[in-house]
Design a protein around this ligand. Structure first.
Ligand SMILES: NC(=O)c1ccc[n+]([C@@H]2O[C@H](COP(=O)([O-])OP(=O)(O)OC[C@H]3O[C@@H](n4cnc5c(N)ncnc54)[C@H](O)[C@@H]3O)[C@@H](O)[C@H]2O)c1
Length: 338
């Protein structure tokens, strides 16, 4: 298949590009590089041994998206492009609604006019909001708290309405839990600009000596060790999940589905720190500070539907997630020190 990856130069998109290319698909990346670096393209070429086609553009540029869909005879779109920082989305909600929601509408209009009707969308577990029960299955009520989470839910609703209006669409919204880790080559991984928002890249920067210590927000939650519990999933497992989703939409007559991609296992902040220390042979100094508003005690997936429907389940362990994160960090972080 010829597959367009919006946001394909970013963290999850670049790992998915590797899996798709290794499976024999033609991959075309479409990215405005607002949160990624062009150097990832060379690294992808090194890993796959293939030339990477990349269009430098914004998904809100409808005519450029249309031209790309037509020129490359695109069969399916994997839509990763989006802004993703929860805190920032409360400070600048318009940027999030414009980029994520308006950007997706523009992309969908371009797809519709070119009759490209297969779409895999990067949604998020944040659509669930505060858990009413655990593990969280797809029937759990949705009530996102941040503007970021609301953009994901609004997009899902738009996709559902679109599929109801025309049953020839094949749309999959994948609700990711907490992607971590990196490709085994150590050539690509999560490379946030500035101070990381997510736990694993923060731990990596502490391990590498760029940041002094990790701040753990709250150790008085109702969890086994008092720190927050999340469902960390290896980014390569997530990438495989996209391959399974593509396969599924190609062989079933469902116009719209949503699905969790997680491991089903909760891991606390302290557990993750201990595992990382072991895998990296580095001490991770930390301090406990007050809970952050909006943080929840525990959140992990019920991933059964992905297994029942697509035969997909995560394979990689937390130790592999920590080891691969450290391998990537120790080859890529030198520039931050310079
Ligand atoms: N990483 C996570 O923890 C996580 C969890 C759940 C869902 N998601 C979602 O998965 C998707 C990918 O996440 P990621 O971690 O790879 O993020 P990322 O920031 O690394 O990648 C997103 C890519 O999209 C590009 N982009 C952003 N806006 C664009 C636009 N208007 N036009 C073209 N390109 C644009 C960025 O330059 C970047 O390369 C996002 O939609 C995100 O919301 C991520």
């Amino acid at each position: 298949m010829n597959i367009l990856l919006t946001g394909g130069a970013g963290y999850i998109g670049s790992h998915t590009a590797v899996v798709l290319m290794q499976e024999g698909h033609e991959v075309i990346i479409f990215d405005n590089f607002s949160n990624s670096k062009r150097s990832v393209l060379n690294r992808l070429e090194k890993i796959t041994g293939k030339l990477i086609v990349c269009i430098d553009g914004d998904i809100r540029n409808r005519s450029l998206v249309k031209q790309t869909l037509q020129y490359y005879k695109i069969d399916a779109v994997l839509h990763f492009a989006g802004l993703k920082a929860v805190g920032e989305s409360s400070e600048d909600p318009l940027a999030y609604y414009d980029n994520n929601v308006a950007g997706t509408i523009s992309l969908l209009m371009a797809m519709k006019s070119c009759s490209v009707k297969i779409l895999i969308f990067s949604s998020s577990a944040t659509v669930y909001g505060v858990p009413h029960y655990l593990p969280i299955d797809e029937k759990h009520p949705t009530d996102p708290e941040s503007p970021y989470g609301k953009t994901k839910l609004q997009i899902e609703q738009i996709l559902s309405d679109l599929a109801k209006s025309d049953s020839s669409w094949r749309i999959f919204a994948l609700r990711y839990f907490n992607p971590v880790g990196a490709h085994e080559s150590g050539l690509i991984g999560e490379d946030p600009n500035g101070t990381p928002n997510n736990l694993m890249p923060y731990i990596s920067q502490v391990a590498y000596g760029i940041l002094d210590k990790l701040k753990i927000y709250g150790n008085d939650y109702d969890t086994p060790d008092g720190t927050g519990v999340r469902d960390y999933i290896h980014v390569m497992d997530l990438a495989e999940g996209h391959l399974a989703a593509l396969d599924y939409v190609g062989n079933h007559n469902e116009a719209f589905s949503v699905m969790n991609l997680g491991t089903g296992n909760g891991c606390s902040v302290l557990e993750l720190v201990n595992l990382y220390e072991y895998e990296a042979s580095k001490k991770i100094p930390y301090e406990i500070s007050a809970r952050r508003t909006g943080d929840i005690a525990a959140c992990y997936a019920n991933p059964e539907m992905a297994f029942l429907k697509m035969g997909w389940k995560s394979k990689k362990t937390l130790r592999e997630m920590c080891f691969d994160s450290w391998r990537w960090a120790s080859t890529s972080l030198q520039k931050h020190k310079d």
